[in-house]
Design a binder for this molecule. Structure first.
Ligand code: MTE
Length: 326
């Protein structure tokens, strides 16, 4: 990612942690709207409690059943932090940018096409996606390659449910995810930070692992735009950049997909990018992490866990040298 290292061996104070001016201004606007009564009474408390000042509109509830297999005895990241400290370069490279600018993303109508090495290619709209399998709430750790982490209650279902429907051919070995590429809706696409569109990929067995979540919501609501609305992937044992946001296409391929960060800096961002405290990024250690909302600005108090604590995926990599296939 585009980050500089300070003398503590960590990233500099993100502008978003010192509440940015624009957020203050939208807070002021929120308070003003309260005063003039232009926010409906029913949604008032909820919006205030969530400090939904950075949102593009009132959040929409999404009903799901908690999956106890993915409960986590760790404190959830505050909604405010998870929705104002984001990486979504299509909306700017500062952590605070997506919450400020992603209101321009139109998430309905939305379709997602699943094609490539499949027997039954499909194009589904959002309602069809929402109905494809029972929605579950799963609390996952999210570890960014930059050295910070969060704990997020996602809503979705295993991607395998969708992959079963399209029947991969015998040639399918990888799954490629492509994010929307529309300069009118995504101001960050005007800067050549990456070779757009944002593309990520998994091996087919990784994509079919029950942990890989086709994600449609978080914190009991549909995904906020800045978190990848209306549909993203969450792959909790890999660094966060493997989890593409605002997906429009899923393509099954014979060959390993060319992915955005791997293309940009192959020595820094491997195709696998499994969370691994023993394999450092060339510019910083990956042995520990800073839990957003918990640790100080530069203190990485938590030891990073192999596969981000999801040891059940280890068998996917048996016999592989994870230093070489980083
Ligand atoms: N997907 C797209 N399309 N564009 C991005 O810039 N950033 C990635 C990932 N998915 C990114 C993306 C990175 S680096 C991380 S850490 C996570 O999204 C952050 O997800 P969050 O903002 O919901 O915490």
């Amino acid at each position: 990612m585009l980050i500089r290292i300070n003398s503590y061996g960590d990233t500099p104070t993100p502008a978003s942690e010192i509440t940015p001016r624009a957020v203050f201004e939208s807070r002021r606007e929120f308070i003003r709207q309260l005063a003039v009564g232009s926010i409906a009474g029913g949604t008032l408390l909820e919006m205030a409690s969530r400090e939904a000042f950075a949102q593009s509109g009132a959040a929409q509830k999404l009903v799901s059943a908690m999956n106890p297999a993915y409960a986590l005895m760790e404190k959830k990241t505050a909604y405010k932090d998870a929705t104002t400290y984001n990486n979504f370069y299509e909306f700017g490279t500062d952590k605070a940018d997506p919450a400020q600018t992603a209101g321009s993303l139109k998430t309905r109508p939305w379709t997602i096409t699943i094609d490539g090495e499949v027997k039954k290619p499909l194009t589904l709209d959002l309602d069809a996606l929402l109905k494809l399998a029972p929605l579950e709430e799963r609390i996952y750790r999210l570890r960014c390659v930059e050295g910070w982490s969060m704990v997020i209650p996602w809503i979705g279902y295993s991607l395998s449910a969708l992959l079963k429907k399209i029947e991969p051919t015998g040639n399918a070995r990888y799954v490629e995810f492509t994010t929307l590429d529309d300069k009118k809706q995504m101001p960050g696409l005007h800067s050549p930070v990456l070779d757009w569109p944002y593309v990520e990929g998994l091996r087919l067995d990784e994509a079919n692992h029950p942990l890989t979540l086709l994600t449609l919501g978080m914190y009991g609501e549909v995904l906020p735009n800045q978190n990848g609305a209306p549909v993203r992937i969450a792959v909790p044992w890999k660094y966060g950049f493997k989890s593409a946001k605002s997906i429009v296409r899923i393509r099954l391929t014979r060959d390993q997909p060319r992915t955005a960060w791997n293309n940009a800096a192959p020595h820094e961002y491997g195709f696998y990018s499994n969370v691994n405290p023993q394999v450092d990024h060339p510019r910083w250690s990956q042995a520990s992490e800073r839990r957003i909302g918990e640790d100080g600005l530069f203190t990485r108090k938590r030891k990073t866990l192999m596969f981000n604590g999801y040891s059940e995926v280890a068998s996917l990599y048996s016999g592989m040298d994870l230093k070489k296939f980083f």
